[in-house]
Design a protein around this ligand. Sequence first.
Ligand code: NAD
Length: 358
Amino acid sequence: ADTTTSRAPADLPADPIDGPVLVTGAAGFIGAALCEALLDRGCEVTGFDNLTPYYDPALKRHRLDRLEGRPGFAFRLGDLADREALGAAFDAAFPDPARPAYVVNLAAQAGVRYSIDNPHAYGEANLTGFLNVLEACRARATAHLVYASSSSVYGGNRKVPFAEGDGVDHPVSLYAATKKANELMAHAYADLYALPCTGLRFFTVYGPRGRPDMAYWKFAEAILAGRPIQVYNHGDMRRDFTHVDDIVEGVARLIPRPAAPDPDFDPARPNPATSWAPHRVFNIGNRRSERLMDMIATLEELLGREAVKEFLPMQPGDVQETSADVDALEAAVGFRPDTPLREGLATFVDWFRGWNGR
Ligand code: NAD
């Protein structure tokens, strides 16, 4: 692993966030962690979430319990597909039109495998819902929309690490297709309405209060229960596992930094060659591609138990390897994710033992 440029995130200053932030998906894994970090920085935060029962709603409740009651935080229950509810959340989050309004859209129907059998959930949350977010941002002249895309947009690309300029026209799941669609939709809104938008391609995020549908969680749960774990593609997979704290640090740094205007842009004479669309997409990953089998071995070590492994073929929609090039992100915000997998998994395991034994 390349450690020559590693540095502690706290060593580099982040810009202050000079306006309230609306976070959709605030009861979700990444959303709740982001809200906590923004509140720690003294931000005013409105959380929006429909508490979908895609996985245990008690976990969403638990995440919200840590937020509710904290000064500066308000929660609104609502669905992205409900324009009225979303509009009311924007009104509540941004009462003062003179202050910049920041929106972070993390609400989505997540999961690659679930999209095979439940396609409509993805259309509603990720397409209609995202369109509603863009419309609400346009109506409110939002200073910056930061939204979640996904490393899955790289599909079956075999050239690693993935760079933002690589082709992403071959999604291998509907989930990935909706995330790629979000990038196109955001670009169109940025171009049409000068709405500053930044898409973030998250790479396999893990950490405390994480997601029960993801491999690291399922493995930990099964290992502790003495049940076999199901290892797809016979274990021959590599993932760029990214700790949630690194994701949150990157998002928080991006919020007050929309794309800089292009000095040559002339709105009176739009020209495809010079038109300024304040839209960017960044990878945000750990720059290391870890073997799935090494992740399992680390979990076994941390849990003090051996896993019973059941080897299965590759699943539809899955990709063999993900790995992020994060040079563009680092150039933009002076930060790159760097938590080593073992250290990061230990934070998950510490939390998970308590949650699992509750
Ligand atoms: P999550 O499922 O824990 O969080 C998503 C939240 O959005 C949930 O709390 C859910 O209740 C809410 N939600 C879903 N549909 C909604 C709707 N229609 N209206 C309102 N709220 C809705 O997932 P997460 O891991 O925190 O992911 C956050 C974002 O990051 C998602 O957009 C996801 O696709 C993306 N992402 C995550 C990962 C990862 O590894 N966790 C990787 C790539 C991309």
